[in-house]
Design a protein around this ligand. Structure first.
Ligand SMILES: CC(=O)SCCNC(=O)CCNC(=O)[C@H](O)C(C)(C)COP(=O)(O)OP(=O)(O)OC[C@H]1O[C@@H](n2cnc3c(N)ncnc32)[C@H](O)[C@@H]1OP(=O)(O)O
Ligand SMILES: O=C([O-])CC(=O)C(=O)O
Length: 374
């Protein structure tokens, strides 16, 4: 069943061109530069996919080694940025921390010309996990961590900083898969934000800062955190069934379900669900995974609504002992690749994005004197 793509929210309107991805095209649900996301998640590391999205091609062995070494060398944070992070309270939302961190980095390491666009993007890719974990560990545990680990991947670097030890091979693999699934998704709200900003010929840090703000909302990236709050409130599949039925009767929105483009499934769901199940066995879970499966069954049976990429990410991240409020920042660490590639694409063939509005306000009228106003 095809989804009706019309109405409010610019739904169904072509707002520009891209060679980066296809979403919901029949035959394959999601492709990055022509490769099926299932194939990429199966066979690649996240750094290979980042290279594909940003540079246009999958790297060969030497290119991948060099790319990873280069990213590894850029994990450190300038003291002025650490000083700012240390002043942000522990009850701040980590997405706001990342937004501030990205903006501050733009002050310290400004993109002076578009020729530096790849360099500033790689720098952000390398140091966003450092920013989020430096703040988290300082504000929550009172420690100033060394952010320059020698971990092979961005996902392992993140988990190492967060937990103070290298992650298991399984956890590192799941981080690769997760970061690949979240990397790029055509003209979603946060990417469109980045492109609108880019279309004014603004700098890369401004485009990414704006995109982080758009991703933060619960209708977009913030849904993975909201999904976690939902599933952890249920004690068993039966409890989930009962509560979900109540929520549907009250017409509550259930985060982690539905999609603006996909009509009957999100191709990323089956992949992350598989890894969530694997992790649940690994950590001996008997509640969260079965509860998540029951929520999925109820939503499909009652409303024909399906899990989007966010729903099973909640349990998967929880099984890796990642605090819920860091879920959406992980999405940022990945989607940065898509955002930056879209900024580059916009810059390469730019016209300022400036749509029109249908006016629904008052007819033209005179400004009344102060004593004539209500
Ligand atoms: C990585 C990502 O960003 S994926 C998206 C993450 N966001 C979420 O999970 C938030 C929950 N989902 C939603 O709010 C929506 O499904 C969106 C924002 C993703 C898509 O919005 P839209 O394209 O406007 O939804 P759509 O037109 O399909 O909605 C059709 C109907 O289903 C309902 N519906 C859609 N999603 C849900 C949901 N998760 N729970 C309950 N009802 C829903 C809508 O309210 C609407 O009902 P109505 O016709 O009575 O108003
Ligand atoms: O495409 C969308 O609207 C939202 C989404 O799934 C994403 O950005 O990954």
């Amino acid at each position: 069943m095809a989804k009706v793509l019309s109405g409010a929210g610019l739904r169904g309107q072509v707002a520009g061109k891209t060679a980066l991805s296809t979403v919901g095209v029949s035959g394959s649900g999601l492709t990055y530069r022509g490769y099926d996301v299932k194939d990429l998640a199966d066979k690649c590391e996240f750094e290979e996919v980042a290279h594909l999205i940003l540079e246009g091609d999958l790297p060969n062995e030497t290119q991948l080694r060099d790319y990873k070494a280069s990213l590894k060398s850029m994990r450190g944070l300038p003291q002025a940025l650490k000083d700012v992070l240390e002043r942000i309270p522990s009850d701040a939302h980590p997405m706001d921390v990342l937004r501030t961190g990205c903006s501050m980095l733009g002050n310290l390491e400004m993109e002076h010309s578009f020729e530096q666009q790849s360099q500033v993007t790689d720098r952000m890719l390398a140091c966003f996990p450092s920013i989020i974990c430096y703040w988290y560990r300082f504000s929550h545990d009172g420690v100033r961590i060394d952010v320059e680990t020698d971990d092979d991947s961005i996902g392992a670097h993140f988990l190492h900083l967060l937990h103070g030890k290298k992650p298991s091979a399984l956890f590192e693999k799941v981080m690769h898969v997760s970061l690949i699934l979240y990397a790029e998704h055509e003209f979603n709200a946060s990417t469109f934000t980045a492109r609108v900003c880019a279309s004014t010929l603004s700098d890369m840090h401004s485009c990414i800062t704006g995109a982080i703000g758009s991703l933060r909302g619960p209708l977009h990236g913030g849904a993975n955190e909201a999904a976690m709050e939902l599933i952890e409130s249920f004690t068993s599949p039966e409890h989930a069934e009962e509560e979900m039925m109540g929520k549907l009767a009250r017409k509550e929105k259930i985060m982690g379900f539905g999609h603006a483009i996909y009509s009957d499934s999100d191709p990323r769901n089956a992949i992350i669900k598989h890894w969530s199940e694997k992790l649940s066995h690994e950590v001996g879970d008997t509640v969260l995974y079965p509860v998540s499966v029951r929520c999925e069954e109820v939503m499909w049976r009652e409303k024909k609504l399906f899990c989007n990429a966010d729903f099973f990410h909640a349990s998967a991240y929880n099984f890796m002992q990642i605090p819920t409020k860091l879920f959406t920042p992980i999405f940022v660490m990945s989607r940065l690749t898509g955002w930056a590639a879209h900024v580059m694409e916009q810059r390469a063939d730019n016209r300022i994005i400036r749509p029109s509005a249908e006016y629904t306000g008052e007819d033209i009228r005179e400004v009344p004197a102060m004593d004539e106003r209500a």
